[in-house]
Design a protein. Structure first.
Length: 267
C-alpha cells in the first residue's frame, strides 16, 4: 500500500465509521415480518436470543468504530491522530463482535442460529455471575446487574428447552473460546484462512496492555543522535490501514447477512 492510499484509507475511515455508527444509533432494532430473523425469534420464544444478542453486537461495533473516529480526528485539516496502543484496543471488540455476528447468522437454519446465539449469550451470563459474585464478596453488591443476569439466565433456559436441550446441561457446559470463532468464519472471509485470528491476536495483545509484545507492531526509528541510545516508536500507519480495510470486509459480510435475514432499524 502506498503512503497516499494509506492516508486515504485512514481519512475515509473516520467519516465512514461516523456515518455507520450514526445509522445504527438512529433507529430501534427490529425484525421484518415473515423473515428468517422472525422465524429464529419465534423458535427461541423471546426477543433476546438471537435478536437482542445480534443487535447488541452490532451496537458494540458501532460504538467502538465511532470512538476510534473521534479519537483519530484532528482539528487540523488532513491530519489524523494515530495511537500505538489505543487504536488497536478499540478495534479488538469490533473484530470479535463482527466475527460473532457472522458466525451466528451463518448458521444453516433457525435451530443452528439460535444455538450459536445461545453460546454467545452463555459467555455473558457466566461472566456476569462471576462479576456479581465478586461484588457481593467485596460487600458492594450491584442489584441491577444481578437482576439483568438473572433475567438472561431465564431466557437461556427458555431457548435451550425450545431447542430440545436440557437447560441445566447447557448452562453448566464449558464455554466456547471467543478466539475460536475467528477461525470458524474463515470460509466466509476472503483472503488467508487465519486472517481474522491474526488481527484478533494483534489487537488482543494491545487490549491486555502487553507493551513489550506490541512494540513489534510499531515503527521503530533510531534517534537522530546515535549517542542518545534507545529508539522512537510510532504507530504503523500501514498496519492500521490494513486492519481498517479488513474490518470493512467483515462489516460488508455482516451487513449483507443482516439484510438477507430480515434485521432492520425502525426509525
Amino acid at each position: 500500500m502506498t503512503q497516499r492510499s494509506t492516508l486515504q484509507t485512514l481519512g475515509g475511515a473516520v467519516e465512514g465509521f461516523r456515518d455507520f455508527a450514526a445509522a445504527i444509533k438512529s433507529g430501534v432494532p427490529t425484525v421484518r415480518k415473515g423473515s428468517m430473523a422472525e422465524e429464529d425469534q419465534a423458535l427461541s420464544a423471546n426477543i433476546v436470543i438471537p435478536h437482542a444478542i445480534v443487535s447488541g453486537l452490532v451496537l458494540t461495533v458501532a460504538d467502538h468504530v465511532s470512538a476510534w473516529a473521534e479519537l483519530a480526528a484532528s482539528p487540523e485539516k488532513d491530519v489524523l491522530l494515530l495511537h500505538m496502543q489505543a487504536d488497536y484496543t478499540l478495534f479488538r471488540p469490533v473484530l470479535e463482535g463482527l466475527a460473532e455476528v457472522i458466525w451466528i447468522l451463518d448458521g444453516t437454519d433457525s435451530p443452528s442460529r439460535a444455538r450459536r446465539a445461545l453460546e454467545i449469550a452463555r459467555i455473558e451470563y457466566k461472566h456476569g455471575l462471576k462479576l456479581t459474585n465478586a461484588l457481593r464478596k467485596a460487600r458492594t453488591p450491584d442489584d441491577k446487574t444481578e437482576q439483568g443476569i438473572a433475567a438472561l439466565g431465564r431466557f437461556l433456559r427458555t431457548t435451550a428447552g425450545n431447542l430440545g436441550y436440557d437447560p441445566e446441561d447447557v448452562l453448566s457446559a464449558p464455554l466456547i473460546d471467543p478466539s475460536s470463532i475467528t477461525r470458524k468464519i474463515a470460509n466466509r472471509v476472503p483472503g488467508p484462512t487465519l486472517q481474522t485470528f491474526n488481527y484478533w491476536a494483534i489487537t488482543s495483545a494491545h487490549a491486555h496492555g502487553q507493551f513489550i509484545t506490541t512494540l513489534r507492531h510499531a515503527i521503530e526509528t533510531p534517534p537522530s543522535t546515535p549517542q542518545m541510545g534507545g529508539a522512537l516508536y510510532e504507530p504503523d500507519e500501514e498496519l492500521i490501514a490494513d486492519l481498517i480495510k479488513f474490518i470493512g470486509k467483515l462489516l460488508e459480510i455482516a451487513i449483507n447477512l443482516l439484510n438477507e435475514q430480515g434485521y432492520e432499524l425502525r426509525r
